[in-house]
Ligand binder design. Structure first.
Ligand code: ATP
Ligand code: MG
Ligand code: MG
Ligand code: MG
Length: 470
């Protein structure tokens, strides 16, 4: 049944509301009181202090649709059917309340009875040692044994360092052979887009101690994450998350603005999808108060924006165009995320300014990079000198990954170490320049001025005394 993304989000939150969950709007993309994370990358991330017991949750059951950014997936975007840098993660959480059985049974009920996904297309994976989960899937759900796949730690065990951790169970949808890969052993967990993982249920049942023991938690937690775009992709029976109602609407506008058609070629499709994804991420990031810069979150933002701008160039767009897409995005998401509408003009301005700044140098930068490429090819070399990569970064505003990506398209690479050396030398020069200024300023300016001020003050005091005011 074709359901829109906004409708699916609402169905999920309504369902868990009826199961006694406190429904909260998405937390911002910028983590609050958490220095361990640059950007929120999962529904549980802003709730960490409830899981660890540092804070008492307002309810033992909560549900959200959380804005997420995963830069680690950037290279997959536009190439796989299922990855975006920005996406929404639907999640239901239990803080020491219900556990494995309810979480699996409710997930199953929601998927099969509410979303009405055909049962015969569904698969589950479990952590290979988690017999408890196996039993629930087999006996309580009634899933045939051969559709319960046991996977190893890297796929189905969630842990970060010490502390709370536990096995996961994922739900997959089989999209059929036409999405399959050549691998005969293709099954859930395969990296191709046939069995699409859409819901991850994490059973936080252990506490890992210093000695590496997994101690059972007295009150285990549940943390689930379901990719909203992926569910929509399944429900709407489209090839990729870029063709679901919301994304397609943006993508169509990207096509109009760039004067290109979708499905006219693989490379062009990737560019169109990358622009669609990145401008959406950028819009949400700016609405949450992030500004372009050369470090931290600001750098992620800059990187996404400039990468999108460069794909625009590849498509032959001459002028700034990304800021023109903001209205489209807000039209789709403004009702759910009111911060978008509130800051509409501001978001457009920030994006336009950053884009125009890059416009000034992107042509020159691309010309120079192409020259480097020709030089490398004639000399039959495959590695761009760090110095040259640094020049593109420093003078032409090319984020290093952008240079890397363009080179990779030609089968070339960068001397990253050389680039890092140039970077640290520049930092050192900047420090020296600053301390130099400071020394001069302090000796000849601040210090002497300060002395005079002390004298003046002193005199003033004397004067006051003399006049008998104190
Ligand atoms: P995959 O193996 O496909 O990369 P994942 O195992 O990394 O996914 P999880 O960390 O388990 O993903 O996140 C929970 C859910 O969030 C996933 O099951 C998926 O539905 C969704 N999700 C994860 N990464 C992305 C992404 N980059 N774009 C869209 N949805 C995503
Ligand atoms: Mg992943
Ligand atoms: Mg996975
Ligand atoms: Mg997963």
């Amino acid at each position: 049944e074709k359901k829109g993304l906004n409708e699916i989000r609402k169905m999920f939150l309504d369902y868990f509301h009826l199961k006694g969950h406190l429904v909260r709007p998405s937390f911002p993309l910028v983590p609050q009181n958490d220095k361990s994370l640059l950007l929120i990358n999962a529904g549980m991330a802003p709730l960490k202090s409830y899981f660890s017991g540092v804070e008492v949750p307002p309810s033992k059951r909560m549900a959200t649709s959380q804005k997420c950014i995963r830069t680690g997936d950037i290279e997959n975007v536009g190439r796989t059917a299922r990855h975006a840098t920005f996406f929404e993660m639907l999640g239901n959480f239990s803080f020491g309340d219900y556990f494995k059985e309810e979480s699996i049974l409710w997930a199953w009920e929601f998927v099969t009875e509410h979303l009405k996904m055909p049962v015969d297309k569904l698969w589950a994976s479990i952590y290979l040692e988690d017999d408890e989960a196996f039993e629930i899937w087999k006996e309580k759900v009634g899933l045939p044994e051969e559709k319960i796949v046991r996977l190893g730690k890297e796929d189905n065990f969630w842990e970060i360092g010490l502390g709370p951790c536990g096995p996961c169970s994922e739900i997959y949808y089989d999209r059929g052979e036409k999405y399959g890969c050549a691998n005969e052993a293709c099954k859930p967990g395969c990296d191709c887009d046939r069995y699409i993982e859409f819901w991850n249920l994490v059973f936080t049942q252990f506490d890992k101690d210093e000695e590496g023991n997994y101690n059972l938690l007295p009150n285990p937690n549940i943390d689930t994450g379901m990719g909203l775009e992926r569910v929509a992709c399944i429900m709407q029976d489209v090839d990729s998350i870029f063709e679901i109602d919301t994304m397609k609407y943006i993508l169509d506008n990207v096509c109009t603005i760039t004067n290109k058609k979708y499905n006219e070629g693989d490379q062009q499709n990737i560019s169109l999808r990358v622009i669609t994804d990145h401008i959406r991420a950028v819009t949400f990031m700016v609405s949450d108060g992030i500004l372009p810069s050369n470090e931290g979150r600001g750098y992620v933002l800059r990187r996404l924006l400039r990468r999108a701008a460069r794909h625009g160039k590849t498509l032959g767009v001459e002028k700034s165009f990304l800021y023109l897409l903001v209205d489209t995005i807000i039209k789709v998401f403004g009702e759910t995320y009111t911060e978008l509408e509130e800051k509409q003009d501001y978001i457009k301005r920030v994006i336009q300014v950053e884009e125009e700044r890059f416009q000034e140098t992107i042509h020159q930068g691309l010309d120079i990079l192409n020259q480097y490429i020709v030089e490398l090819e004639t000399a039959e070399k495959d590695t761009l000198q760090g110095q040259n990569a640094f020049k593109l970064y420093d003078t032409y505003g090319f984020p290093i990954d952008l240079t890397k990506e363009i080179l990779e398209e030609k089968g070339l690479k960068i001397d990253i170490q050389g680039f890092e050396e140039e970077m640290s030398q520049q930092r050192q020069r900047a420090r020296q320049a600053r301390s130099g200024e400071d020394v001069v300023g302090w000796k000849e300016d601040v210090f002497t001025k300060l002395n005079k001020e002390i004298e003046t003050e002193f005199k003033g005091y004397e004067n006051l005394k003399a006049t008998g005011k104190i």
